[in-house]
Write a protein that binds this ligand. Structure first.
Ligand code: GRF
Length: 193
């Protein structure tokens, strides 16, 4: 990935839109000795995102941008990320699609987590679609972000068994437990640790 770890932790921003449980788990991971990253910044397109509370609790700088004008929002975003020396970006439940130009500026340094076994079930409403298709397994995937939705190179995946009793929300919960473990592992893998 071209990022050197050394003693210094890699300055990372997390982008969220909602609950932020992956954000929280990444913060927890960043505070462990084995973590090569520090979480220094959080970005949200939604000022009411519950996850923004963790910014307050853990004293992490934040920026809210509505993305109504994507061009302008991304311009502002690039400048604030630069000012904060951000080197890596972890998307975690971020509901906006970043432009080609933005992705180019952080080439190979933007990761995303998706609640399915990609390349299956890209996009939204994943768990319901998985259940509708009577799949036996679902899971989660951490992948690099490219210009196409949920289509970048896969870094790591974790399978989850679906039971007959599973509903959309029980499956989401089961997968989320694994997401919290998978994202830190994927970061270690990307950095060859
Ligand atoms: C997760 O399931 C993630 O895979 C998906 O959105 C959800 C975000 O959950 N992209 P949280 O905000 O991290 O709790």
């Amino acid at each position: 990935m071209g990022l050197s770890t050394g003693y210094r932790k890699i300055r990372t921003a997390v982008f969220i839109s909602g609950t932020g449980s992956n954000f929280k788990s990444l913060i927890k991971f960043s505070k462990t000795n084995k973590s090569p990253i520090s979480i220094d910044f959080v970005v949200s397109n939604n000022s009411k995102a519950k996850g923004l509370n963790y910014a307050k609790i853990y004293n992490i700088k934040k920026k809210v941008l509505n993305f109504k004008n994507k061009n302008l929002s991304e311009k502002k975003l690039l400048s604030v990320l630069k000012a904060n020396n951000i080197e890596m970006i972890c998307l975690a439940g971020f509901m906006k699609i970043l432009s080609k130009n933005f992705i180019k500026k952080f080439k190979g340094k933007i990761l995303n987590i998706h609640p399915s076994l990609l390349p299956k079930y890209k996009g939204l409403n994943t768990h319901q679609r998985v259940l509708n298709n009577k799949e036996k397994y679902s899971g989660c995937t951490v992948h690099f972000v490219n210009a196409r939705l949920d289509s970048g190179k896969i870094i790591l995946q974790k399978k989850v068994k679906i039971s007959k009793k599973d509903t959309k929300s029980s499956l989401a919960k089961k997968v989320l437990v694994q997401e919290h473990k998978l994202y830190p592992k994927a970061i270690l893998k990307v950095l060859n640790l």
